[in-house]
Ligand binder design. Structure first.
Ligand code: ADP
Length: 258
């Protein structure tokens, strides 16, 4: 796969977007959306202009994780471009803000609709657009990679040994599409007990192995943390609710590595 030229990679509503970041995982439920959303708000806190595109048609999580006042996407009648909604200064587009019809579409239709929603949105001038990929490495993900030139990918995984094989698949997909994987986010990596000890309920080492085997520059570990899911379920990402917590610092590290 030949890398796209900047013109090919950033057309239409994406023409003033500098970096498009893929946040991807091979399985659902590993915390991909949690990482994507907190990463986006961290970049905003670092002073960047940021948007989030929630590309998960079947299980959009963005409407739960953030609480914008306007929960329906509007179309500009003159340009016929979709206008993102906004929460805490971050622009947002999700199928969860686009009505219910998409949930019953077949695969090939879904790919087209995702591509359309991504590229016909008027994102305006952004430093970062964070794209929360649907889990897996199928047609939908490939179409996404072909519709815009991604600057970098972040792979989200959990420490279970099984996850390694799937993660490798994800990294290879991005490599084929000439997208560099810059970081692995090992989520639910550990928890700190009240006894002051750190526990690794799913074992240690798989994130490190991914980092080593694929030469990824960064490995960031995130704990199992009730606050992380409470914040997500409550419509206020953890880094917004608790900006000076240790986990918010880990998100800063992830943001700085992009
Ligand atoms: P995915 O996007 O991979 O499907 P989500 O980000 O939606 O995963 O997370 C799945 C569930 O797990 C959510 O309820 C979320 O709040 C919770 N969760 C994710 N990461 C953590 C964590 N590190 N600690 C506690 N809960 C988490």
């Amino acid at each position: 796969q030949r890398p796209m030229t900047p013109d090919e990679g950033r057309s239409g509503g994406l023409k003033s977007v500098t970096h498009v970041i893929a946040v991807s995982s091979c399985k659902g439920g590993v915390g991909k959306s949690t990482v994507a959303v907190n990463l986006a708000y961290t970049l905003a806190q670092m002073g960047a202009r940021v948007g989030i595109f929630d590309a998960d048609v079947y299980g959009p999580s963005l409407p739960t994780m953030v609480s914008p006042e306007v929960r329906v996407l509007q179309m500009n009648p003159d340009t016929r471009q979709i206008m993102p909604t906004e929460f805490e200064g971050v622009k947002l587009v999700s199928f969860g803000f686009a009505g219910q019809g998409s949930a019953i579409m077949r695969g090939p239709m879904v790919s087209g609709v995702i591509q359309q929603l991504l590229t016909t949105t008027d994102w305006g001038a952004l430093d970062y657009l964070v794209v929360d990929f649907p889990p897996g490495t199928g047609d939908i993900q490939l179409t996404l990679c072909q519709s815009v030139q991604f600057s970098a990918a972040v792979i989200v995984t959990t420490p279970q040994k099984l996850a390694f094989v799937d993660v490798a698949k994800g990294i290879r997909m991005f490599a084929r599409m000439a997208v560099p994987c810059v970081a692995v986010a090992e989520n639910m990596s550990f928890f700190d007990g009240e006894d002051g000890k750190r526990y690794y309920p799913f074992g240690q080492g798989s994130g490190e192995r991914v980092k080593q085997d694929f030469g990824l520059p960064h490995l960031i570990r995130f704990p199992i943390l009730p606050e992380l899911s409470e914040a997500g379920d409550g419509g206020r990402p953890l880094v917004v609710a608790h900006p000076s917590s240790p986990t918010a610092e880990s998100f800063m590290e992830l943001g700085a590595g992009l």
